[in-house]
Write a protein that binds this ligand. Structure first.
Ligand SMILES: [Zn+2]
Ligand SMILES: [Zn+2]
Length: 242
């Protein structure tokens, strides 16, 4: 009886999640948001980033040396923050520990960065997909939780079923840099029955973190083979250096 009653309370709270206030996830103060205004002001930097890969660059530099030497297959990247304190812990909680109540606050950071960057809006937002086994284990795709909220805020289309992951791969962060491209090669597919839908589209690929860009490069190449004319990469956080 007791456990049923507690389950009832928990699910009622979950159902009202957007309505019941929670404290700031960083400083625990209460301003009605999971990321309070003071923490956003303190931990979101407006420092310039490379237009291609979103790594930090000095003021006045548009594209970093690595992208000038070897341009990635995606055309542009936008990151809201560096993958650093407190964002690394927030994203880990959101991604690995079921903290879906952080999705809106993180998506808001992404939307703010996209709006600040300006430029032409994409036609379609696609989340980096998870494989079936990882999706079943986690219960949600964190990239889709970000993409669908960003799409709503920016009035774009989003689609969680057009891009498929046909095999789960080891976490990129666990691998040396040189092995990451090979790790994701052939791991993704455009839904075969819908392969014509990308023709002529400007797409933004959405994920939580951009590390070496191996996954983004693999998918951007695939989207362009399928006819996409332009691919952006939108992430909450960019690792400051590889
Ligand atoms: Zn705070
Ligand atoms: Zn770059």
């Amino acid at each position: 009886m007791l456990s049923t009653r507690w389950l009832g309370v928990a699910s009622a709270r979950a159902a009202l999640g957007g309505w019941l206030a929670s404290p700031c996830a960083v400083c625990r103060s209460w301003d009605g948001s999971r990321l309070c205004r003071a923490c956003v002001a303190r931990f979101v930097s407006q420092a310039p980033r490379c237009e291609r890969c979103a790594i930090g660059v000095p003021a006045g530099v548009a594209v970093c040396g690595a992208c000038l030497r070897d341009a990635p297959s995606y055309d542009r990247s936008i990151a809201a923050v560096d993958y650093d304190h407190p964002w690394d812990a927030l994203i880990a909680a959101f991604k690995f520990h079921g903290a879906l109540d952080l999705a809106s606050a993180l998506a808001q950071r992404l939307v703010a960065a996209v709006e600040a960057a300006g430029g032409v809006r994409p036609d379609l937002l696609l989340p980096v997909p998870l494989g079936p086994a990882r999706l079943a284990e986690r219960g949600y795709n964190q990239a889709w939780e970000l993409a669908r909220r960003a799409a709503r805020a920016l009035d774009c289309r989003s689609d969680a079923r057009l891009l498929l992951r046909i095999r789960d791969t080891p976490q990129q962060l666990a691998l040396p840099r040189a092995r990451r491209a090979a790790n994701v090669r052939g791991a993704f597919l455009v839904e075969p029955r819908r392969s014509g839908e990308l023709r002529g589209l400007h797409v933004a690929l959405v994920d939580d973190v951009l590390t070496t860009g191996a996954t983004a490069a693999e998918i951007a190449g695939l989207l362009k083979q399928s006819g996409a004319t332009r691919v952006q990469v939108w992430v909450v956080a960019r690792t400051p250096k590889d």
